[in-house]
Design a binder for this molecule. Sequence first.
Ligand code: ATP
Ligand code: MG
Length: 328
Amino acid sequence: MSASDFAIRAYRVKKNYGKSTDGPGLNGLTMEVPRGTIHGLLGPNGAGKTTAVKIFSTLLRLDEGEASVAGYDVTAEGHRVRERIGLVGQYAAVDEQLTGWQNLEMFGRLYRLPLKQARLRAEQLLGQFGLTEAGSQQVAKYSGGMRRRLDLAASLIVSPEVLFVDEPTTGLDPLARQEVWQAIQSLKEAGTTVLLTTQYLEEADQLADRISILKDGRIIQEGTPDSLKSSFGGDRLDITLLTQEDASSAAAILRELGDGGFSVDEANNRISVPVSDRTGSLLRAASAFAASGLEPLDMVLRRPTLDEVFIHYTTRSDYRDTKEATQA
Ligand SMILES: Nc1ncnc2c1ncn2[C@@H]1O[C@H](COP(=O)(O)OP(=O)(O)OP(=O)(O)O)[C@@H](O)[C@H]1O
Ligand SMILES: [Mg+2]
């Protein structure tokens, strides 16, 4: 891929809020996002997601390193970058006192569209985000999902090449979340590159072509949702037993089979075993159980969830300690 194929590039970007050089912020962020894709930037609270979005959208200056968006350097060519991007911040930007219509019309005027064009665009966007009927209502009366969709609409007054969306569905119910996901998906279909930050694994899994996991200001893992799941040790065999007693017998049998490294969910009498050969392991375990008269309720082969990958990469090692230290 050549440089122009990337909508977003960051090379060893550092941003420090504090006085010490390895304090909170970004500590050498390197990433590339191909044009026309949805990229998920995933990380726990304080990982640096919003900081990265602010640097890419030129709201914040980087201390060291290089970053470009839509082919333009964020430091030297900030105005060119701003012409080509949209930003949906972590907190809503729309005015509660105005109606949906008035908000979009106002944003259109801010982008210097003539009134007639601003009105036309507002109408189109309300339609696109399923807000035509709600358009004449005051935003204060909107649900969280409607607000978020209006926020997205407002960032699209002039179709951006690259859209930054910071935690689009935090605090939304599952239905509203689905609606926002659909809206983001349709932007990608229209050719916009989307960088999406989220703490929800499911969100990244559903939407993102590729995911970067951010921790303490740097990327610690990157790949497609599938490759991240495989990198973490492949498939798992989940065995659910009827009683706690059965669960301990099953655990003993698995230990004898040499299927180490399994975890036991005691509340649900469920054992989760990492397996390298899927059906082989399933058959071996099933026949060993049968031989000792043990009948599991359920035996399923599955891929690891992105949750398991995320927890594995972000909470082992020193994450908790540093988090507690910064909160103290
Ligand atoms: N203006 C600021 N001044 C000082 N420290 C800051 C400032 N903004 C952010 N930080 C610190 O920088 C680190 C990264 O913050 P950032 O907001 O980028 O994280 P985040 O990944 O977006 O977190 P969240 O999931 O909570 O939104 C945190 O430790 C935060 O406390
Ligand atoms: Mg944030």
